[in-house]
Write a protein that binds this ligand. Structure first.
Ligand code: COA
Length: 206
């Protein structure tokens, strides 16, 4: 897949209930407070330090902003529409790196789980990848034990293509790899949980 690097500047995206805005350094305190919990990190890749260090979020945000500066990756924080602009989660996109097959990551603060918010954010970011960046597919992964993340892929119409051993913060496990194809996503019936505008599958590709 031919991908143009540097990626364009990160746009602010909107869904029915969320504003996805570019990650900033001053998001680090909210991320530190909400991310550094076992329930959040246990199904994430083993490279994440645990116990989560006191400067974990700031270190990571600085690394993310450097990758953004190089145009390699796109990072958003999730904020509630009509809220105080505080980050309640993150979602990012990265082009395919040969062999990596992992192009999106996300997490959400525990208080907001189970309301369909990450499905909404994932649909909007997927629309950006397919309609604005013109990517033909997204490779996606999750720990097989991560039922919520697995379900989001299923709901988006991704195909499970591989299950391989992998190390997570919680120890050895199995990694599911999926492919979400642009044409399959665009052809899907409109998803009532999706946000406004171009996050609705079925809309003509631009
Ligand atoms: C994974 C995560 C982002 C899901 O966020 P969320 O906003 O609660 O997800 P949604 O409400 O959009 O749920 C999506 C689907 O998954 C299901 N689901 C969510 N959490 C679940 C769980 N723990 N067990 C089983 N199903 C779950 C929901 O019921 C929903 O399916 P449905 O519409 O058929 O009912 C959140 O649990 C999280 O941040 N986890 C920790 C970080 C993480 O694992 N990130 C992903 C790494 S690959």
């Amino acid at each position: 897949m031919a991908v143009l690097i540097p990626l364009p500047p990160t746009p602010t995206l909107e869904t029915e209930r969320l504003i996805l805005r570019p990650l900033r350094l001053d998001d680090a305190p909210a991320i530190q407070r909400e991310f550094g919990h076992w329930e959040i990190v246990r199904h994430l890749h083993a490279g994440i330090p645990w116990p989560y260090p006191a400067d974990g979020a700031e270190t990571n945000v600085r690394e993310c902003l450097a990758a953004r500066e190089r145009g390699e990756q796109v990072f958003w924080v999730l904020t509630l529409k009509g809220g105080d602009d505080e980050a309640i989660g993150q979602i990012d996109l990265r082009p395919e790196i040969v062999g990596a097959r992992d192009m999106r990551g996300f997490w959400l603060a525990r208080a907001f789980w189970g309301r369909g918010l990450m499905t909404e954010a994932a649909e909007r970011v997927t629309a950006y990848a397919f309609e604005d960046l013109g990517w033909p597919y997204l490779y996606l992964t999750n720990a097989a034990a991560n039922e919520g993340s697995h379900r989001i892929k299923e709901k988006q119409g991704a195909e499970l293509i591989d299950v391989t051993p992998a190390d997570y913060v919680s120890g050895p496990g199995a990694r599911e790899t999926w492919i979400l194809r642009r044409e399959a996503w665009l052809a899907r019936a409109p998803n009532t949980q999706a946000g406004s505008g171009s996050s609705r599958p079925g809309r003509d590709a631009t």
